[in-house]
Design a protein around this ligand. Structure first.
Ligand code: COA
Length: 181
C-alpha cells in the first residue's frame, strides 16, 4: 500500500500471524513492547492481533523492499478521537535493528498521521532501559513529557516509564515520503 525508500508498509494479513508471534515471543523484543508479564504469547495474543488490525486507527506490517520479508509492525491508536491524539507503537525483529529502518518507518507513519489523518499529537510510552528507541524518538523531535518513576519491573529491577509526545506544528514536512495506492 505504502512505500518508503527501503520499506513497504501494508495491511495485516492472516498469513502474518506466524511472524507476529515470532516478534511477540522473542523475549528481547517482548520486554520492550509491554510492561505486563513477559510470557509466551498464545491464543490470547492471537485474538488481540485481530483486534489490533481492525481497531487501530492505522496499523501496518512493515516488510522489506523488494523481497517482502516480514520485518515488524507500526501503528497509531486513538483511545479518544476528540483530541486527535494518537498513541504510536512500533517493533521490529532484532535482526533489523540499528539499520535506520525504525527511523524510516516511524517518519512515514508520523507524517501520514499529521498530513492524512489530521492528528494534532502523537504520543508514546517507552521504558527507561530502551535507549535505542529513546534515541530514535528524540531524533524525530519527540519530547519527554512525563516520567512514571520505577513503574516497570524488568530483569530484577525497577525502571521508569517515560511519556513522550510530538505536536503537529513541531513536525517538519518530509518531502521524501512517497505514497502508493
Ligand atoms: C525501537 C526500534 C523501532 C528502532 O528502530 P531501529 O531500526 O533499530 O532504529 P534506527 O536504526 O532507525 O536508529 C537507531 C538509533 O539509535 C542509536 N542507537 C543504537 N543502539 C543504541 C543504544 N543501545 N543506545 C542508544 N542509542 C542507540 C543509533 O545510533 C541510531 O541513532 P542515530 O541515527 O542518531 O545514529 C527497534 O530497535 C525495535 O523494534 N526495537 C524493539 C521494540 C521496541 O523497542 N519498540 C519500541 C517500544 S517504545
Amino acid at each position: 500500500m505504502f512505500e518508503t525508500e527501503r520499506l513497504i508498509l501494508r495491511a495485516y494479513r492472516d498469513s502474518d500471524l506466524g511472524d507476529m508471534l515470532r516478534l511477540r515471543n522473542n523475549p528481547v523484543t517482548q520486554r520492550l513492547m509491554t510492561h505486563d508479564y513477559i510470557l509466551p504469547a498464545g491464543i490470547k495474543y492471537i485474538e488481540s492481533v485481530q483486534k489490533w488490525a481492525t481497531e487501530s486507527l492505522f496499523a501496518v506490517i512493515v516488510t522489506s523492499k523488494p523481497g517482502g520479508d516480514f520485518m515488524g509492525l507500526c501503528h497509531l491508536q486513538v483511545p479518544s478521537r476528540k483530541n486527535r491524539d494518537a498513541d504510536l507503537g512500533v517493533a521490529f525483529l532484532p535482526e533489523y535493528w540499528g539499520k535506520g529502518y525504525g527511523t524510516e518507518a516511524i517518519s512515514f507513519v508520523v507524517e501520514h498521521g499529521f498530513r492524512w489523518l489530521a492528528l494534532h499529537r502523537v504520543s508514546l510510552v517507552v521504558y527507561e532501559g530502551n535507549t535505542r528507541a529513546i534515541k530514535v524518538y528524540k531524533n524525530l523531535g519527540f519530547r519527554e513529557e512525563g516520567r512514571k518513576r520505577k513503574a516497570n519491573w524488568v530483569d530484577g529491577k525497577w525502571e521508569d516509564i517515560i511519556q513522550m509526545g510530538l505536536l503537529e506544528d513541531e513536525w517538519p514536512s518530509s518531502p521524501g515520503v512517497t505514497h502508493r495506492t
